[in-house]
Design a protein. Structure first.
Length: 250
Protein backbone atom coordinates (compact mmCIF):
# COMPACT_ATOMS: atom_id res chain seq x y z
CA UNK A 1 0.00 0.00 0.00
CA UNK A 2 1.15 3.54 -0.72
CA UNK A 3 0.38 6.88 0.91
CA UNK A 4 -0.80 9.90 -1.07
CA UNK A 5 2.75 11.26 -1.32
CA UNK A 6 4.25 7.91 -2.29
CA UNK A 7 1.76 7.31 -5.10
CA UNK A 8 1.97 10.93 -6.29
CA UNK A 9 5.78 10.72 -6.44
CA UNK A 10 5.57 7.39 -8.31
CA UNK A 11 3.14 8.84 -10.87
CA UNK A 12 5.00 12.13 -11.27
CA UNK A 13 2.08 14.27 -10.12
CA UNK A 14 1.50 16.40 -7.06
CA UNK A 15 -0.16 15.17 -3.88
CA UNK A 16 -2.65 18.02 -4.36
CA UNK A 17 -3.73 16.51 -7.70
CA UNK A 18 -4.22 13.09 -6.12
CA UNK A 19 -6.28 14.59 -3.30
CA UNK A 20 -8.34 16.46 -5.91
CA UNK A 21 -9.11 13.15 -7.65
CA UNK A 22 -10.20 11.72 -4.30
CA UNK A 23 -12.35 14.77 -3.54
CA UNK A 24 -14.27 14.56 -6.83
CA UNK A 25 -14.68 10.77 -6.58
CA UNK A 26 -12.47 9.92 -9.56
CA UNK A 27 -9.90 7.88 -7.63
CA UNK A 28 -10.62 7.12 -4.01
CA UNK A 29 -8.08 5.25 -1.85
CA UNK A 30 -8.73 1.56 -1.23
CA UNK A 31 -8.46 2.00 2.50
CA UNK A 32 -7.31 4.21 5.32
CA UNK A 33 -4.64 3.28 7.85
CA UNK A 34 -5.02 3.34 11.59
CA UNK A 35 -3.46 6.81 11.57
CA UNK A 36 -6.13 8.06 9.15
CA UNK A 37 -3.78 8.24 6.14
CA UNK A 38 -5.23 7.42 2.73
CA UNK A 39 -3.69 4.23 1.35
CA UNK A 40 -3.61 3.17 -2.29
CA UNK A 41 -3.08 -0.38 -3.56
CA UNK A 42 -1.73 -1.77 -6.84
CA UNK A 43 -5.18 -1.67 -8.47
CA UNK A 44 -5.49 2.01 -7.55
CA UNK A 45 -2.10 2.69 -9.16
CA UNK A 46 -3.25 1.00 -12.39
CA UNK A 47 -6.41 3.10 -12.43
CA UNK A 48 -4.34 6.24 -11.87
CA UNK A 49 -2.15 5.28 -14.85
CA UNK A 50 -5.28 5.07 -17.01
CA UNK A 51 -6.53 8.42 -15.73
CA UNK A 52 -3.24 10.12 -16.58
CA UNK A 53 -3.20 8.55 -20.05
CA UNK A 54 -6.70 9.80 -20.77
CA UNK A 55 -5.86 13.27 -19.47
CA UNK A 56 -2.89 13.44 -21.82
CA UNK A 57 -5.30 12.61 -24.64
CA UNK A 58 -7.47 15.59 -23.72
CA UNK A 59 -10.47 13.90 -22.10
CA UNK A 60 -12.29 15.81 -19.32
CA UNK A 61 -12.36 14.22 -15.88
CA UNK A 62 -16.10 13.56 -16.06
CA UNK A 63 -15.66 11.41 -19.17
CA UNK A 64 -12.61 9.67 -17.72
CA UNK A 65 -14.65 8.72 -14.64
CA UNK A 66 -17.36 7.28 -16.87
CA UNK A 67 -14.79 5.17 -18.73
CA UNK A 68 -12.71 3.78 -15.85
CA UNK A 69 -15.72 3.09 -13.64
CA UNK A 70 -17.56 1.15 -16.37
CA UNK A 71 -17.74 -2.55 -15.35
CA UNK A 72 -16.90 -3.48 -18.96
CA UNK A 73 -13.69 -1.40 -18.94
CA UNK A 74 -10.78 -3.45 -20.39
CA UNK A 75 -7.37 -2.12 -19.22
CA UNK A 76 -5.42 -4.05 -21.89
CA UNK A 77 -7.58 -2.76 -24.75
CA UNK A 78 -7.28 0.73 -23.29
CA UNK A 79 -3.48 0.51 -23.23
CA UNK A 80 -3.40 -0.61 -26.87
CA UNK A 81 -5.60 2.34 -27.78
CA UNK A 82 -3.34 4.70 -25.83
CA UNK A 83 -0.31 3.36 -27.72
CA UNK A 84 -1.92 4.17 -31.07
CA UNK A 85 -2.92 7.66 -29.93
CA UNK A 86 0.58 8.36 -28.61
CA UNK A 87 2.05 7.36 -31.98
CA UNK A 88 -0.29 9.82 -33.70
CA UNK A 89 0.96 12.62 -31.45
CA UNK A 90 4.64 12.02 -32.14
CA UNK A 91 4.50 14.01 -35.37
CA UNK A 92 2.89 16.96 -33.63
CA UNK A 93 5.47 16.88 -30.83
CA UNK A 94 8.24 16.80 -33.43
CA UNK A 95 6.79 19.92 -35.06
CA UNK A 96 6.60 21.57 -31.64
CA UNK A 97 10.27 20.79 -31.03
CA UNK A 98 11.22 22.27 -34.40
CA UNK A 99 9.24 25.41 -33.60
CA UNK A 100 10.97 25.74 -30.22
CA UNK A 101 14.40 25.27 -31.83
CA UNK A 102 13.67 28.00 -34.36
CA UNK A 103 12.46 30.35 -31.63
CA UNK A 104 15.59 29.71 -29.55
CA UNK A 105 17.72 30.50 -32.57
CA UNK A 106 15.69 33.65 -33.14
CA UNK A 107 16.19 34.82 -29.55
CA UNK A 108 19.84 33.82 -29.21
CA UNK A 109 21.16 34.75 -32.61
CA UNK A 110 18.75 37.43 -33.74
CA UNK A 111 17.65 35.45 -36.79
CA UNK A 112 14.75 36.96 -38.71
CA UNK A 113 11.57 35.05 -38.03
CA UNK A 114 8.02 35.70 -39.18
CA UNK A 115 5.71 36.40 -36.24
CA UNK A 116 3.18 33.81 -37.38
CA UNK A 117 5.90 31.16 -37.37
CA UNK A 118 6.21 31.51 -33.60
CA UNK A 119 2.73 30.00 -33.33
CA UNK A 120 3.03 27.43 -36.09
CA UNK A 121 2.43 24.53 -33.68
CA UNK A 122 -1.05 25.82 -32.87
CA UNK A 123 -3.02 25.73 -36.09
CA UNK A 124 -6.05 27.76 -37.06
CA UNK A 125 -7.98 24.49 -37.20
CA UNK A 126 -7.22 23.80 -33.53
CA UNK A 127 -8.24 27.32 -32.54
CA UNK A 128 -11.48 26.95 -34.47
CA UNK A 129 -12.10 23.58 -32.79
CA UNK A 130 -11.76 25.19 -29.36
CA UNK A 131 -14.27 27.88 -30.35
CA UNK A 132 -16.78 25.28 -31.55
CA UNK A 133 -16.36 23.28 -28.34
CA UNK A 134 -17.10 26.41 -26.33
CA UNK A 135 -20.21 27.15 -28.40
CA UNK A 136 -21.45 23.61 -27.81
CA UNK A 137 -20.79 23.85 -24.06
CA UNK A 138 -22.00 27.41 -23.43
CA UNK A 139 -24.39 29.90 -25.01
CA UNK A 140 -23.17 30.29 -28.63
CA UNK A 141 -23.97 34.00 -28.77
CA UNK A 142 -21.98 34.61 -25.58
CA UNK A 143 -18.98 32.84 -27.12
CA UNK A 144 -19.31 34.83 -30.35
CA UNK A 145 -19.63 38.10 -28.43
CA UNK A 146 -16.46 37.25 -26.51
CA UNK A 147 -14.70 36.49 -29.79
CA UNK A 148 -15.82 39.83 -31.25
CA UNK A 149 -14.71 41.69 -28.11
CA UNK A 150 -11.24 40.15 -28.23
CA UNK A 151 -10.84 40.92 -31.93
CA UNK A 152 -11.80 44.54 -31.28
CA UNK A 153 -8.63 45.10 -29.22
CA UNK A 154 -5.41 46.45 -30.67
CA UNK A 155 -2.30 44.30 -30.59
CA UNK A 156 -0.93 46.40 -27.73
CA UNK A 157 -4.15 46.00 -25.75
CA UNK A 158 -4.14 42.23 -26.24
CA UNK A 159 -0.55 42.04 -24.99
CA UNK A 160 -1.44 44.17 -21.95
CA UNK A 161 -4.36 41.87 -21.09
CA UNK A 162 -2.34 38.69 -21.51
CA UNK A 163 0.55 40.11 -19.47
CA UNK A 164 -1.84 40.91 -16.62
CA UNK A 165 -3.18 37.36 -16.70
CA UNK A 166 0.34 35.97 -16.55
CA UNK A 167 1.13 38.21 -13.57
CA UNK A 168 -1.94 36.97 -11.71
CA UNK A 169 -1.10 33.30 -12.28
CA UNK A 170 2.57 33.83 -11.38
CA UNK A 171 1.58 35.52 -8.13
CA UNK A 172 -0.92 32.74 -7.36
CA UNK A 173 1.86 30.20 -7.82
CA UNK A 174 3.96 32.04 -5.24
CA UNK A 175 1.10 32.04 -2.72
CA UNK A 176 0.11 28.35 -3.05
CA UNK A 177 1.75 27.34 0.22
CA UNK A 178 -0.67 29.60 2.12
CA UNK A 179 -3.71 27.62 1.02
CA UNK A 180 -6.67 28.48 -1.25
CA UNK A 181 -8.51 30.44 1.45
CA UNK A 182 -5.63 32.75 2.36
CA UNK A 183 -6.47 36.47 2.06
CA UNK A 184 -3.62 37.01 -0.41
CA UNK A 185 -4.91 34.18 -2.60
CA UNK A 186 -8.51 35.38 -2.43
CA UNK A 187 -7.42 38.89 -3.42
CA UNK A 188 -5.70 37.43 -6.48
CA UNK A 189 -8.82 35.48 -7.38
CA UNK A 190 -10.70 38.79 -7.24
CA UNK A 191 -8.16 40.25 -9.65
CA UNK A 192 -8.62 37.21 -11.89
CA UNK A 193 -12.37 37.76 -11.94
CA UNK A 194 -11.87 41.39 -13.00
CA UNK A 195 -9.33 40.25 -15.59
CA UNK A 196 -11.88 37.87 -17.12
CA UNK A 197 -14.10 40.84 -17.99
CA UNK A 198 -11.65 41.60 -20.79
CA UNK A 199 -13.02 38.49 -22.51
CA UNK A 200 -16.48 38.03 -21.04
CA UNK A 201 -18.11 38.72 -17.67
CA UNK A 202 -18.98 35.40 -16.02
CA UNK A 203 -21.88 35.17 -13.60
CA UNK A 204 -20.96 34.12 -10.03
CA UNK A 205 -22.28 30.59 -10.62
CA UNK A 206 -20.01 30.25 -13.67
CA UNK A 207 -16.75 31.05 -11.87
CA UNK A 208 -16.13 27.71 -10.15
CA UNK A 209 -16.98 25.57 -13.23
CA UNK A 210 -14.67 27.75 -15.32
CA UNK A 211 -11.76 27.25 -12.91
CA UNK A 212 -12.53 23.52 -12.65
CA UNK A 213 -12.24 23.34 -16.44
CA UNK A 214 -8.71 24.73 -16.15
CA UNK A 215 -7.84 21.70 -14.01
CA UNK A 216 -9.70 19.17 -16.14
CA UNK A 217 -8.70 20.13 -19.69
CA UNK A 218 -5.04 19.31 -20.48
CA UNK A 219 -4.85 22.13 -23.03
CA UNK A 220 -5.50 24.67 -20.28
CA UNK A 221 -3.90 22.72 -17.43
CA UNK A 222 -0.53 22.68 -19.18
CA UNK A 223 -0.48 26.49 -19.20
CA UNK A 224 -1.00 26.57 -15.44
CA UNK A 225 1.55 23.82 -14.86
CA UNK A 226 4.14 26.01 -16.62
CA UNK A 227 3.86 28.38 -13.63
CA UNK A 228 3.89 25.70 -10.91
CA UNK A 229 2.96 22.02 -10.57
CA UNK A 230 -0.54 21.67 -9.16
CA UNK A 231 -1.52 25.28 -9.89
CA UNK A 232 -4.55 24.26 -11.99
CA UNK A 233 -6.09 22.28 -9.13
CA UNK A 234 -5.13 25.00 -6.65
CA UNK A 235 -6.87 27.57 -8.84
CA UNK A 236 -10.02 25.44 -8.92
CA UNK A 237 -10.01 25.18 -5.12
CA UNK A 238 -9.29 28.88 -4.63
CA UNK A 239 -12.09 29.99 -6.96
CA UNK A 240 -14.54 27.59 -5.32
CA UNK A 241 -13.62 29.16 -1.96
CA UNK A 242 -14.00 32.67 -3.45
CA UNK A 243 -17.54 31.84 -4.59
CA UNK A 244 -18.40 30.32 -1.20
CA UNK A 245 -17.17 33.39 0.67
CA UNK A 246 -18.59 36.06 -1.65
CA UNK A 247 -21.74 34.50 -3.05
CA UNK A 248 -23.29 32.31 -0.33
CA UNK A 249 -26.49 30.44 -1.26
CA UNK A 250 -29.62 32.48 -0.70
Amino acid sequence: MKTVKQLADLAGITARTLRWYDRIGLLEPSRSGDNGYRLYGEEDALVLQQILFYRELGLPLEEIARIVKDPAFDPLAALESHRAAIADRIGRLRRLAESVDETIAHLKEGLIMEEKKLFRAFSEEETEALRKEAEAEYDPETVRASHRLWNSYSGAKKKEILDEGNRIYAELAKEMSKGPGAPEVQALVGRWREHMSNFWTPEPEQLAPLAAMYAEDPRFRSNFESFAPGLAEFMAEAVAEYVRLNFPPA
